[in-house]
Design a protein around this ligand. Sequence first.
Ligand SMILES: Cc1ncc(COP(=O)(O)O)c(C=O)c1O
Length: 404
Amino acid sequence: MRQVYLDNNATTPLHPEVVEAMLPCLLTEFGNPSSIHWAGRQTSTMLQQARAQVADLLNAQPHEIIFTSCGSEGDNFALLGSVEALQGKGNHIITSAVEHSAILDTCRYFEEHGGRVTYLPVDSHGAIDPAAVEAAIDSDTILISLMWANNETGTVFPIEKIAAIAQQHQIRFHTDAVQALGRLPIDVKRCQIDLLTVSAHKIGGPKGVGAVYVRDGVEIAPYIHGGHQERRLRAGTHNVPGIVGFGRACVWAQEHLDSETKRLTALRDRLEEGICSRLKYVSRNGDRHNCLPNTLNLTFPYVEGEGLLLALDMLGIAVSSGSACTSGVEGASHVLRAMHADDMTLNSSVRLSLGFHNTAEDVDYVIQHLPAAVERLLAMSPAFDDLNQYDCEVISCEIDPHSH
Ligand SMILES: Cc1ncc(COP(=O)(O)O)c(C=O)c1O
């Protein structure tokens, strides 16, 4: 049976070039890069090269990159490190209701310790209004943290505008760019970003490594205490193979950004059109005009999302029925909920996210099998007859050929 992996917002396979770059660190180059002898110097050189490669993709300087163990750690570091460094200057953070749990749970932790957080709402497409960001600022605000692109719907926030607002008000701006990295052009200098989180495993790099861009001059408190690594901001012996793999994945992303954007957009549109033209009842979630090129979040009314996920799994097709981190956990997507989704949408949505390894044949396989799986589940759905009463205009797919 063919296996088609369309869950690249959860994680991606490794690029073969990444594996090749990592192999020497797993086989022969084992030194601790903090050691001053020959073995340490070997890996120290590799570490510095990887730092420059990650920096290049963001248009940052190498010393502005702090390696972490993952995107979640990066988000925790950016928020809690800022709160500690800015103690006495204010006690209020602005974020959005649709952030990843690495931000939302850290914000809740901040609230439990006396902080104040504004969770900005989004519209029905998951979009945010920059004017609402500005309106939420008060004299107590120390940080604005808003994601670049949403992991569930692919909706892209107007980061450049928001960063400009933050700068005007002299408020620190952090963005979680875990899903944007390698999928959208990122230029931290042009966008006036203070802190930015990224993660290797979303771009064909290894799991267990991430980074935070900390703009020159931005004061931040250490998150892990111990050694002198990472400018004393993040102690711990470096994960050299992971970091080297991350660097190589960034090189790949930079070289292929334009071509992959075009290719993935075309594949995503083919997928959408193929599915939507074969089904009467289906709708797309998110902002189709400001969306990651690889992400498609669809609602199949009266078909339970988890049920469809399992039916597709049996056909060798891997998708997600929410964010990977919440799949299998009780409770509907907080992202769709924040978009004022009705119960139907909350229960009946799946996310298909493409990656560098996906081909037109993969897409065609899904087009061949997914609509039939939906029809089968629909026929078994006790509420199937209600479909005739459902507002067809709301759930029509509305393929817009000019949107990309
Ligand atoms: C937007 C976003 N932020 C943060 C993370 C966490 O990254 P990591 O898995 O490297 O901890 C994810 C992972 O899904 C994500 O999608």
